[in-house]
Design a protein around this ligand. Structure first.
Ligand code: NAP
Ligand code: MG
Length: 515
């Protein structure tokens, strides 16, 4: 019998025992840096000369590992392997598939500190951020396993006189799984295992900055008894191998999480019918955000400032849910801006490996350049309240940066920067604040700090985001408690970690037998 789902408890790194264990894990992982990871196709390892070098964004000359890059031929072979595996995997009872996930979750729980340590090196996550990511991966597997057990039951139908009528869910086929680097384990694990537990088989193309975490996860699935060919590991350049996968006539669906730009491209490209293609491809795309925290004059201003700073600068602002706009009503704007400024200035920027760092590096050189471009633009146009410079040499460090009195319709107020840059926006009153909050093309997360019931109730329906929070930060969604995913240009309106999620990778079949 399986216990009801409960989210994983986060590690308290103030506890000396946990600190010591994390230090040991960092040493163990450090000793393994630089290893090479091959492709995995139908359970077979395959090497390629062409490789991705994954490096530590805190110390850019440190190689985390190298990973073979899949070539078009490898993608063809992986699709063949996945199609062969689909014949059996799609017919295995849902319970069986669910148990592979439960086993993998147990295995990951045992290796929690090692995976967290690897994320510290490969993604530049601080200790608690890395732990949060690993915990969420465990949660996805525990949750989707239980959802599959539920969905394995027949759908409720009536019998017509003289007939036995039934309906049930069947999987779609071979899918392309394309995750981002910012939750290198949680999102990769969630979108992979959600698809396979439903009976599909997949090609997994990890994001190029974080392919080693992905390779470790694929190994963990194998160790947990996942049959060969169900998950095929094909890293490579998104624009090259990603396009080849998405356009392939034998790919049945694409599950993507990443930027608006790439998501729209995939949606369009996947819609084009290819010769020999038997279906309309299904695309699940979770995309970017320009998330806002609104503060009114009745709010607890200290709590609001705390929520803003933590949502804006956790993982260096590189979360789709990160607060990049703080919209504050005029009468308390100056107070909140001052509190945000003070708190931001206290954040220490440093090596992700160092537990005293609150803010680590951004992911890579192109992210650094893009973010610093927005910082320069902000410095020309607005009041700089904190940060505004590169923080240290040797890694991609940028000071947490706050601009005041930003125009909500400017580039800073509209574009996803995906880094530690916060725009403070002054609103005339609550009506104006809500209008500004809704005034972007995105609709992912948002938060309102207020003590007025009428405003909370109005925001409940009018603040148009997929994940809305009241009197708390706008990051840190928990699987099963906060079904996650945004509206408008933030994606295709799907919700991860929800009872609806697995249905995105299934179709219903109805069978009527005349008796
Ligand atoms: P990205 O640049 O869009 O890349 C995402 C994935 O797409 C990567 O694996 C990438 O591979 C691949 N890719 C790139 N071009 C492709 C193409 N033409 N065809 C197929 N695949 C292609 O996003 P990112 O920089 O990794 O992640 C940051 C973005 O993700 C932000 O916009 C953030 O808001 C969004 N995000 C959204 C959610 C959500 O739930 N809504 C969650 C997390 C992140 P390469 O790495 O090889 O380029
Ligand atoms: Mg990218």
């Amino acid at each position: 019998m399986i216990d009801p789902y409960r989210p994983e408890t986060l590690i308290d790194f103030k506890d000396p025992k946990n600190r010591a264990e994390m230090e040991r894990a960092l040493e163990t992982v450090h000793a393994q840096l630089g290893k090479h990871y091959p492709l995995v196709i139908g359970g077979e390892r395959r090497e390629r000369e062409d490789r991705i070098r994954s490096y530590n964004p805190s110390r850019i000359d440190e190689t985390v590992g190298t990973v073979s890059k899949a070539q078009p031929q490898d993608v063809d072979d992986a699709i063949k392997a996945a199609a062969a595996a689909f014949r059996t995997w799609s017919r295995v009872p849902g319970d069986f598939r669910a148990r592979v996930l439960l086993k993998a979750a147990a295995e990951l729980r045992r290796q929690k500190f090692l995976f967290s340590a690897l994320e510290v090196f490969e993604a530049g996550k601080t200790w608690p951020e890395a732990d949060g990511d690993v915990a969420e991966a465990i949660d996805f597997m525990e949750y989707y396993a239980r959802q599959m057990m539920r969905l394995a039951a027949p759908v409720e139908t009536i019998n017509l006189p003289g007939e036995e009528d039934e309906a049930f869910y069947i999987p779609l086929g071979v899918g392309a799984i394309i995750p981002p680097w910012n939750f290198p384990l949680a999102i990769l694990c969630g979108i992979t295992t959600g698809a396979i537990v439903a009976g599909n088989t997949v090609l997994l193309k990890p994001a190029s900055p974080t392919p080693v975490v992905a390779a470790w996860f694929v190994r963990l699935l194998e160790e947990s008894g996942l049959p060969a060919g169900v998950v095929n590991f094909v890293p490579g350049d998104g624009s090259r191998i990603g396009d080849y996968m998405v356009g392939h006539p034998l790919i049945r669906f694409v599950s993507f999480t990443g930027s608006r730009e790439v998501g729209l491209h995939i949606n369009e490209f996947a819609a084009k019918h290819q010769k020999g293609q038997l279906w309309v491809k299904r695309v699940v795309a979770e995309m970017g955000g320009k998330d806002a925290i609104v503060v009114d004059e009745t709010a607890d201003l200290d709590a609001a400032a705390e929520g803003i700073v933590s949502s804006a600068f956790g993982f260096q602002g590189q979360k789709c849910s990160a607060c990049s706009r703080a919209i504050v009503v005029d009468s308390v704007y100056d107070d909140v801006a001052k509190k945000v400024q003070e708190r931001t200035k206290q954040l220490t920027v440093g090596l992700a490996m160092d537990p005293s760092s609150a803010v680590g590096p951004v992911i890579d050189a192109s992210a650094e350049q893009k973010i610093l471009g927005f910082v320069d633009l902000g410095k020309k146009q607005y009041k700089l309240l904190a940060g505004g410079e590169k923080a240290a040499e040797g890694g991609h460090f940028i000071q947490p940066t706050v601009f005041g009195d930003v125009d909500p319709n400017s580039a800073l107020g509209q574009e996803e920067i995906f880094g530690p840059v916060l725009s403070m926006i002054r609103a005339k009153d609550f009506d104006d604040a809500l209008q500004i909050a809704n005034g972007t093309e995105y609709g992912l997360t948002g938060s309102l700090y207020s003590t007025r019931r009428d405003r909370l109730e109005r925001a409940r329906y009018e603040f148009h985001v997929g994940n809305l929070y009241f009197n708390r930060k706008c990051t840190g969604a928990v699987v099963g408690a906060h079904p996650f995913g945004g509206f408008n240009m933030s994606g295709t309106d799907s919700k991860t970690g929800s009872p609806d999620y697995l249905l995105l990778f299934m179709q219903m079949k109805a069978v009527a037998e005349k008796l």
